[in-house]
Design a protein around this ligand. Structure first.
Ligand SMILES: Cc1cc2nc3c(=O)[nH]c(=O)nc-3n(C[C@H](O)[C@H](O)[C@H](O)COP(=O)(O)OP(=O)(O)OC[C@H]3O[C@@H](n4cnc5c(N)ncnc54)[C@H](O)[C@@H]3O)c2cc1C
Ligand SMILES: *[C@@H]1O[C@H](CO)[C@@H](O)[C@H](O)[C@H]1NC(C)=O
Ligand SMILES: *[C@@H]1O[C@H](CO)[C@@H](O)[C@H](O)[C@H]1NC(C)=O
Ligand SMILES: *[C@@H]1O[C@H](CO)[C@@H](O)[C@H](O)[C@H]1NC(C)=O
Ligand SMILES: *[C@@H]1O[C@H](CO)[C@@H](O)[C@H](O)[C@H]1NC(C)=O
Length: 313
């Protein structure tokens, strides 16, 4: 977010130099942050029981629960000074206000599928804390209106399952991996098996709840169309913290046909890939035909390329 200004970076860098990363410094930063959060939080929704600091025995499991890239699961990976497991909008509002007043880098994590670990890692040892929204994962579906409100901490799998429980003729166009989070995915684009017919996830978002840099809770009307446009494709974290999206459900047939084919012989690969390129974009929009390049071990234990074709109609 805007909070991570270059001033903040310089400040953290000088601080790191002066303190040579002493844990005493981090503890005092953490204490100040905890105090601020407790002061700002709405007393009807206490925040103290939602804060995890490195000394807490549950801290490692809370941190690791949504680390999806083992590369950033090392003892050498830079760790947050605090994790807020927000369960109410007011907790996120307090976090944003305290990050701003204390000039601290704040990370927002939903499904944790960021390829570079940006939702839970900082670089150059810059002190940071995480607002983790896994407690905010409710999904309210209205088949009658063909819409749903889904909170950022829900996964795509939970969303698909929730829709399927209510209707076998509705779906939502989004990615193929069920553990990807709504918060990162819907703010950034979202492509998947339904994209030829219905476009990206962001083409099917009708409203949102966002906490902006000043800690205000906004919807589409109060944030305005420019900001709404930004958080439906531009990546949410550059603009605030998304609490929930209202999505438009799309209609699907009760029966779909699916196949997977793998081909490994090298000669066939280039021919097949070429043929796929000729037809993939010309098929009827009810057909989605995907080609993926992968690696498998053959019977001699040699690694070889494989082309995997998926079709869904
Ligand atoms: C195994 C795998 C499969 C994937 N498959 C697909 C696919 O089929 N189609 C596709 O389009 N993409 C796919 N992706 C990419 C995925 O959509 C993005 O990485 C997405 O940003 C992950 O969202 P997340 O909430 O899980 O991740 P996070 O790591 O939690 O967040 C990703 C980014 O969004 C920010 N963010 C998270 N929550 C919020 C919030 N509530 N408000 C504001 N900002 C927030 C984070 O700070 C971070 O910068 C895949 C990724 C992986 C690792
Ligand atoms: C760890 O933090 C949680 C959440 O704030 C708190 O409920 C728990 O008592 C803490 N545990 C220890 C051992 O400090
Ligand atoms: C992270 O490491 C811990 C052990 O330190 C392990 O239990 C956990 O499964 C690892 N998670 C990932 C995603 O690699
Ligand atoms: C769903 O409805 C419940 C109960 O009314 C509410 O607490 C929750 O915030 C709603 N979730 C969303 C994403 O609108
Ligand atoms: C292929 O073999 C290598 C080395 O034996 C092994 O590490 C890898 O997991 C295997 N990959 C698959 C897809 O089976």
């Amino acid at each position: 977010m805007a909070i991570s200004s270059s001033f903040n970076f310089l400040f953290a860098f000088l601080l790191a130099l002066l303190s040579t990363h002493s844990s005493a410094t981090f503890i005092s930063i953490t204490n100040r942050l905890s105090q601020c959060l407790n002061n700002y939080a709405d007393p009807s929704f206490p925040i103290s029981g939602l804060l995890y600091t490195p000394g807490n025995s549950s801290y490692p499991s809370i941190l690791q629960a949504y680390i999806r890239n083992p590369r950033f699961n090392e003892t050498t990976t830079n760790k947050p000074i605090l994790i807020i497991t927000a369960s109410h909008a007011s907790h996120i509002q307090a976090a944003v206000v305290c990050a701003t007043t204390q000039r601290l880098l704040m990370k927002t994590r939903s499904g944790g599928h960021d390829f570079e670990g940006l939702s839970y890692v900082s670089y150059m040892n810059q002190p940071f804390f995480i607002v983790d929204v896994f407690n905010l994962r409710s999904i309210n579906i209205s088949i009658e209106h063909e819409t749903a409100w889904v909170q950022a901490g829900a996964t795509l799998g939970e969303l698909y399952y929730g829709i399927a429980e209510k209707s076998n003729t509705h779906a939502f166009p989004a990615g193929v991996c069920p553990t990807v989070g709504v918060g990162g995915h819907l703010s950034g684009g979202g492509y998947g098996n339904l994209m030829r017919k219905y476009g990206l996830s962001v083409d099917n978002i009708v409203d949102a709840q966002l906490i902006d840099v000043n800690g205000r809770l906004l919807n589409r009307k109060s944030m305005g169309e420019d900001l709404f446009w930004a958080i439906t494709g531009g990546g949410g974290v550059s603009f605030g913290v998304v609490l929930a999206y209202k999505i438009k459900l799309v209609r699907v047939p009760t029966v779909v046909t699916v196949f997977n084919i793998q081909r490994t012989s090298e000669q066939e690969l280039s021919t097949l890939a070429h043929q796929w390129l000729q037809v993939a974009d010309k098929l009827d929009n009810n057909v989605f035909f995907r080609m993926r390049l992968g690696l498998v071990n053959n019977t001699d234990g040699q690694r070889q390329f494989v082309l995997i074709f998926h079709q869904c109609t």
